[in-house]
Design a protein around this ligand. Structure first.
Ligand code: ATR
Length: 274
C-alpha cells in the first residue's frame, strides 16, 4: 500500500487528494493520498518524523515550497534555480528528491500561444511567481517581462535570480500599476489577490489600457473559477485561462514521478468539470 501526501498550511482548500486518489483508483494502484496540515512552528520536527515513516512521495504547497529544500537529499536543477519544490519523491532508505512540476503545469495551457508571446506582465513575486517567471524566462520568443509586486524588494530579488538564467530578457520591476504604454501579450496574476478574503479585489487596475486584441490574461487562481480579474478580461473580449489546467497538469507530472503514469484523460475530464 503506497502512501502519498500534500503538506502545507492551511490546507482547507486543497483539491489534490481528489485528483490523486481518482488516478490511483483508475490505475488500480493500492495506495492513498492524504492532506497533512503542518503548523509552521512544527515544520522541521514534522519532516524529521516523516523521514522515519513509510511514504512514497508528497506534494508541497504554501508556505513550504522553499523551506522543504533543507530536508532534501537531491534537488532537480530546475527546481534549484527557481528555489522552490512542489513534488518530493521518497526512496526506501528515506532519501528525498525534490522537483518543480509547477513550471510544466503553468506552460501546459499556453502550448499553442507561447511562441507568439513576446512581452508579459507578471503580477506577484512569491513562490508561484518564481515558477512562472522561470518557465517564461526559458522561452526564446519572450523579450520583455515587467514584474509588479506589492513588496518591491521581492520583485527585485526575483529579477536578479532570473537574470542569471535568462540573461537576454529585459526585466523591469514596477513600483505601481504600469502607465499606459505598449500593450502586453500576456498578463499573469500569481498573487493571492482575487481569492479567499481578497475575492472582491483585482490585482491590476486599468487593465483596458494595457492590452491589445490578442492579449492573454492568465490567473493562477482556480477557486473562484472566474476571478474579478478574469471577468474583466472576458468583458474586454480577451482570451482567459484560470488556474485549473495548471493544477491538473502539475498534479499529473507529480503522479508520473511517483508511479510512471500521467493522469488519464478520464480523470482529467472529471477534474475539469468539477
Ligand atoms: P505563493 O507561493 O502562492 O506565490 P506567497 O509566496 O505567499 O504565495 O506569495 C503571495 C503573493 O501574493 C505575493 O506576491 C504577495 O505580495 P508580497 O510579496 O508583497 O507579500 C501577493 N499578495 C498577497 N496578498 C496581497 C495583497 N493584499 N495585496 C497585494 N499583493 C498581495
Amino acid at each position: 500500500m503506497k502512501r502519498f501526501l500534500i503538506i502545507g498550511y492551511p490546507l482547507g482548500h486543497t483539491f489534490s487528494p481528489k485528483m490523486h486518489n481518482l488516478a490511483l483508483e483508475y490505475y488500480k494502484i493500492s495506495g492513498r493520498y492524504e492532506a497533512l496540515a503542518i503548523n509552521p512552528g512544527d515544520f522541521d520536527h514534522a519532516m524529521k518524523k516523516l523521514k522515519t515513516e513509510y511514504v512514497s512521495g508528497f506534494n508541497v504547497t504554501v508556505p513550504y515550497k522553499q523551506r522543504i529544500i533543507d530536508h532534501l537529499h537531491k534537488v532537480d536543477p530546475a527546481a534549484a534555480a527557481i528555489g522552490a519544490v512542489n513534488t518530493v519523491v521518497c526512496d526506501r532508505e528515506g532519501k528525498w528528491s525534490g522537483y518543480n512540476t509547477d513550471i510544466h503545469g503553468f506552460l501546459h495551457p499556453l502550448k499553442k500561444t507561447i511562441s507568439e508571446i513576446k512581452s508579459c506582465l507578471l503580477l506577484g513575486a512569491g513562490g508561484a511567481a518564481r515558477a512562472v517567471a522561470f518557465a517564461l524566462g526559458d522561452q526564446p520568443s519572450l523579450k520583455k517581462m515587467d514584474i509588479l509586486n506589492r513588496t518591491l524588494s521581492r520583485a527585485q530579488k526575483l529579477k536578479a535570480d532570473l537574470e542569471k538564467n535568462a540573461p537576454s530578457l529585459q526585466i523591469h520591476c514596477l513600483s505601481g500599476a504600469p502607465a499606459t504604454g505598449e500593450p502586453y501579450d500576456l498578463i499573469v496574476n500569481t498573487s493571492s489577490v482575487g481569492m479567499g478574503t481578497l475575492t472582491a479585489e483585482t490585482p491590476l487596475p486599468g487593465l483596458a489600457s494595457l492590452i491589445h486584441g490578442r492579449t492573454v490574461v492568465y490567473d493562477l487562481i482556480y477557486n473562484p473559477a472566474r476571478t474579478l480579474f478574469l471577468g474583466e478580461a472576458r468583458r474586454l473580449g480577451l482570451k482567459t485561462i484560470n488556474g485549473l489546467p495548471m493544477l491538473i497538469e502539475q498534479g499529473s507530472r507529480a503522479f508520473y514521478l511517483w508511479t510512471g503514469h500521467y493522469f488519464p484523460q478520464k480523470v482529467r475530464d472529471i477534474l475539469s468539470s468539477a
